[in-house]
Write a new protein. Structure first.
Length: 233
């Protein structure tokens, strides 16, 4: 950490810090960085990362394992639900081991979006299935693996990103489907996971609910998430 970074972090005193690849070299370096953060700020600051598997791994080869994508786990489910559930749990448990070892305690995973025919290429490999029940089962097993780590999971991208054909890192997606259809399909896994401690909102505009603001900045959509999905945290 530079002295200016330390000064800024002390002024902000954030709930946590999220790590990206540019700050990661190897296991020893990462452990030292996280320890330095805690020494300069506070011991109980949370350290977050995106470690899903597949293309989204901030901890990657050659120093860490490259895990299967969610799509690969979902494809295994078609052949054997038991094997896929076991694999999803095992990946969650192994990722937890990787994170705990270096001092990370919160993982921005899993994605519990539902795949559609027009799902953005940035997301299609990061979704378990086009069926809500399969998404729920596999995500639940992965969460179980995380929590036994113990790692706190962040479900995403609430209330559902699967209908977007655009990469929300680059363009602003909009969805104009009726709320009744969304509740019984795209929202379904989020409703089942509404007791999770943390959720990441989708950077999407739901036109029929709030045509002006992305979910993250929309009071209307946050209220919908509270009432329709039942997420209270």
């Amino acid at each position: 950490l530079s002295q200016s970074e330390v000064s800024i972090l002390k002024e902000i005193n954030p709930y946590g810090l999220i790590l990206f690849t540019r700050k990661i070299d190897n296991k020893l370096q990462l452990k030292k960085l996280i320890n330095e953060v805690k020494e300069n700020l506070r011991e109980d600051i949370h350290i977050l990362i995106d470690q899903e598997g597949g293309k989204v791994q901030r901890l990657d080869i050659p120093h860490w394992t490259r895990y299967p994508s969610y799509r690969e786990i979902g494809e295994l489910y078609v052949k054997s639900a038991k094997a896929a559930n076991r694999l999803s749990y095992t990946i969650g448990r192994l990722i937890s081991n990787d994170l705990v070892y270096v001092g990370i305690d919160i993982n921005c995973a899993p994605c519990v979006d539902i795949r559609h025919l027009n799902t953005s290429s940035i997301l299609v490999e990061r979704i378990f299935s086009s069926e809500a029940n399969i998404v729920y089962q596999l995500a639940n097993e992965m969460i179980r693996g995380f929590q036994q780590g113990p790692i706190v999971p962040i479900i995403k991208h609430m209330p559902g990103h699967g209908r977007s054909s655009l990469d929300s890192h680059i363009e602003l997606p909009t969805i104009d489907d009726p709320i009744e259809e969304l509740i019984y399909h795209d929202f379904d896994p989020f409703i089942k996971f509404n007791s999770m401690p943390i959720a990441m909102t989708a950077h999407i505009i739901f036109k029929k609910q709030d045509p002006l603001n992305v979910v993250t900045h929309s009071k209307i959509m946050i209220n919908l998430i509270r009432k329709k999905i039942g997420f209270k945290n």
